[in-house]
Write a protein that binds this ligand. Structure first.
Ligand code: FE2
Length: 270
């Protein structure tokens, strides 16, 4: 039997992630393109094929492949001292990180970014609602239409927040289950997301390439979406996506934090 078929699925995923993201760059100002978002002139040769193979492997993975038992919603409310989200570290190199985020019932990972990074999320159990956004350049053609920001919000924003507002675009909002393929982000496309557990606990396998590294320009920033006050005639269209939004960088919310827990699955060495 070929060596690859004897390896665990998570081992094959890690190996494919290493192949896919080797030489794909990173760091401040990293620039590349995914297979889904356009030209690959700045990507290493064969990147699209490798990424597609990684997507194929991720689509197959289930919670049992990682020895993770799907968790049930508790009958009683959880004590507020427990973390809403936990993380199982599986493997990390300079090129990528691999782990599992587990969200308790009714919790969210707030809107955050992945500067200069690729990301792939594959649901292992439960249902996640993932909202994907991007920041837009705050000049010229990308500036959203409409009145200036100080006139759009009720109550009006303090001057400090007004100055920090960034135009953005809410591109998509969709629900993912274990039957779904991976949700993919790139440095240029769907780089911000919010992840909500829907109707109970949920977990997803997460690949980030390269990993967060504040010393290399890849720190995690959190954002809040501000919805402008719209004239009544516009309300019907406000649910249509993509649509322009305003993004305000915020500190990490007091009610969101993440703690580690042991990974029970097959060992990985990429
Ligand atoms: Fe993320």
């Amino acid at each position: 039997m070929p060596r690859d078929n004897m390896a665990s699925l998570i081992q094959r995923i890690a190996r494919q992630a290493r192949l896919t993201f080797r030489g794909s760059g990173g760091g401040r100002g990293a620039s590349d393109r995914s297979a889904a978002s356009g030209p690959e002139a700045q990507m290493p040769p064969g990147f699209a094929d490798k990424l597609n193979e990684l997507k194929r492997l991720l689509t197959q993975v289930r919670a049992e492949d990682l020895n993770i038992a799907p968790r049930k919603a508790p009958l009683q409310p959880l004590p507020p001292s427990l973390p809403p989200v936990t993380y199982m570290h599986i493997y990390e190199t300079d090129g990528f990180s691999l782990g599992v985020f587990l969200l308790k019932s009714g919790t969210s990972i707030p809107l955050h970014d992945h500067p200069g990074m690729h990301g792939m999320l594959k649901v292992l159990y439960g249902t996640l609602r993932i909202s994907c956004m991007d920041k837009l350049e705050a000049d010229g053609a990308h500036r959203p239409r409409g009145p200036p920001p100080e006139q759009q919000f009720e109550p009006p924003l303090p001057a400090r927040e007004r100055a920090a507002l960034r135009p953005g675009v809410l591109r998509s909002r969709a629900e993912y289950t274990e039957a779904s393929g991976p949700c993919v982000l790139t440095p240029q496309r769907d780089n911000l997301h919010q992840i909500d557990a829907v109707d109970g606990p949920a977990a997803f396998l997460d690949i980030l390439a390269p990993p967060y590294d504040p010393d290399d320009g890849r720190d995690c920033h959190y954002y809040r979406v501000l919805e402008p006050v719209r004239p009544p005639r516009k309300e019907a269209a406000s649910c249509e996506l993509p649509r322009e939004v305003w993004l305000l960088e915020t500190p990490q919310s007091d009610d969101f934090w993440c703690e580690g827990e042991p990974y029970p699955g097959p060992k990985v060495s990429a």
